[in-house]
Design a protein around this ligand. Structure first.
Ligand code: FRU
Length: 512
């Protein structure tokens, strides 16, 4: 017996030594516990469901010192199906705790996207400080029967911070007026009208509603935009007032996501309008679309209700309907973007919404150990591990700027700026797995006009399967999913550009 134990101990020692050896190869950054094959694309600091399918963020609300993230969730598969609301909570929007599924389909249908509010004054009679979710019911049977009125709006309430929920007895609270895509209610308390107000999409426009009690809703107005050609179906609206940075001016921002092939670099994307809302009607003199993000992987994003200091905090679904259901992950599918703080700025006579990294993001950055840097500095680095990193610098550009991430398999991701035409491009065509879906491949060379300029600043955030690019502190943003078959290790930046304030940090793994 003693011999057997001894042999086993030696064998175990040998195996664990072998594992350590393997883990010191190029994949050492992938934690042991995570089964390489199934989990190598799992982000380390972007929210993902533990398993199965996720899409839109829902019910973003701050309450009792926590941020709640509900999300479109199908607990039985890694592709879209009967929608539930999954749930997670966080103190800082970065460390998330998974909570039980909040809302499940019932006889009225699946639970599609929507929002959540805190009913501080018990206007609904459902309880003081109740958390109230306002969502779309999608009736799959009616849809299959060819009816058009298969989407209605319902409410549910929780008295324990979203842990358990009851559906309101008299749902739906808004019936369908005969429009096939009638969904995604975003409700907020409007202090100017002392009432609850709602933005709701209806196929090709936004409708606004008003309520004193969250149960009875009156339609206020419609908002159309003269798109030529029309964009894909309107989804996931949001409406809020913002201060124009550096002034006392206030404007309203309306966010709308569009399905189909609407976005500047293809597929589904999210645009915004800056205008005025008088408690009844939204108007804008904006002539063309402005987009929240020029990458292909930021969709259905909306902002938090009830935040401290009135910050406008935004989270998007880091995917694109064109290929979302076939991305090469195994046990789970889809992540959220990093949370972003929106700011409204005015340049000449136009208004723009910027997306910035939240202040707390710094708290999860750690120094890169110098042992990890094996290449030439500063513009031709080789790292042991660029899998989760934050890189920032300012560039003075002579003619062009070229940034390239690559790995030993010669896969690469390229970012290029040409001063002559003011165009910035992101090229993920050779970034690893790309042929899992033709549309992903087709949408892998992205262009954005940032204007002709001598200076650009960059913040680049890499996680296992994403790259988020913030230019000029969020004036322009490009979010992309990438699937390198092994992590990038090399970073090259052409040196006819002069870089300053160059910083590279590792990002801590903060999620299970
Ligand atoms: C947007 C969307 C919403 C809908 C939900 C269904 O991605 O299509 O309009 O409520 O997803 O999961």
């Amino acid at each position: 017996m003693r011999h057997i134990v001894l042999i086993l101990m030696i064998l175990c020692g040998f195996i664990s030594c072998k594992q350590n050896e393997q883990n010191n190869t190029s994949n050492s950054i992938i934690p042991d516990s995570l089964g390489l094959e199934t989990e190598k694309f799992r982000p380390r600091f972007h929210f993902t469901p533990k398993a199965q399918w996720m899409n839109d963020p829902n019910g973003l609300v701050y309450a009792n010192s926590s941020y709640h993230l509900f999300y479109q969730y199908y607990p039985d598969s890694t592709v879209w199906g009967p929608m539930h609301w999954g749930h997670a909570i966080s103190k800082d929007l970065l460390h998330w705790k998974h909570r039980p599924v909040a809302l499940a389909p019932d006889s009225l249908g699946y639970i599609f996207s929507g929002s959540a509010v805190i009913d501080k004054q018990n206007t609904s009679g459902l309880g003081k400080n109740a958390m109230i979710a306002i969502f779309t019911y999608h009736d799959p049977e009616k849809e299959a029967d060819g009816a058009v009125d298969y989407q209605t709006q319902g409410i549910a309430y929780s008295h324990d911070d979203g842990e358990t929920w009851a559906k309101y007895d008299h749902n739906p609270v808004i019936k369908n007026p005969g429009i096939s895509d009638f969904r995604d209610p975003k409700v907020f308390w409007n202090a100017e009208t002392s009432s609850w107000q709602m933005a709701l999409v209806a196929k090709d426009h936004v409708e606004f509603y008003n309520s004193k009690d969250l149960k009875n809703w009156d339609k206020l107005s419609d908002f159309y935009f003269p798109d030529d050609p029309p964009l894909g179906v309107w989804e996931c609206p949001d409406l809020f007032k913002m201060n124009v940075e550096g002034s006392d001016e206030e404007r309203w921002v309306l966010i709308v996501s569009h399905g189909g092939n609407s976005a500047p670099n293809g597929g589904s994307g999210t645009r915004y309008f800056v205008g005025d809302f008088d408690g009844k009607k939204f108007v804008t003199d904006q002539k063309s679309s402005q987009w929240i993000d020029y990458g292909t992987d930021n969709y259905a994003g909306v902002t938090y209700n009830n935040t401290p200091n009135n910050k406008r905090l935004f989270i998007g679904w880091m995917s694109n309907w064109e290929y979302a259901q076939s991305t090469p992950t195994i046990r789970w599918r889809s992540a959220m973007t990093l949370p972003r703080e929106l700011k409204l700025i005015k340049k000449e006579d136009s208004y723009y919404v910027k997306s910035q990294l939240i202040d707390d993001f710094k708290s999860i950055l750690i120094p890169v150990s110098t042992d990890d840097i094996v290449g030439e500095r500063p513009y031709d680095f080789k790292f042991k591990d660029l899998q989760t990193s934050f890189i920032s610098f300012e560039a003075e550009i002579r003619d062009s700027l070229h940034i390239q991430f690559s790995n030993s398999k010669l896969e690469n991701l390229r970012i290029t700026y040409q001063k002559a035409n003011g165009i910035l491009t992101v090229d993920r065509r050779n970034s690893g797995l790309v042929d899992f879906n033709d549309k992903y491949e087709a949408m892998s060379f992205q262009r954005m006009s940032v204007g002709k300029t001598d200076y650009l600043s960059f913040q680049i955030v890499l996680d296992a399967s994403s790259i988020e690019l913030f230019i000029n502190n969020g004036d322009y943003v490009l979010t992309n999913q990438i699937f390198p078959s092994e992590p990038f290790t090399d970073l090259k930046i052409n040196n006819d550009a002069t870089l300053s304030n160059f910083e590279i940090k590792q990002v801590k793994k903060v999620l299970d």
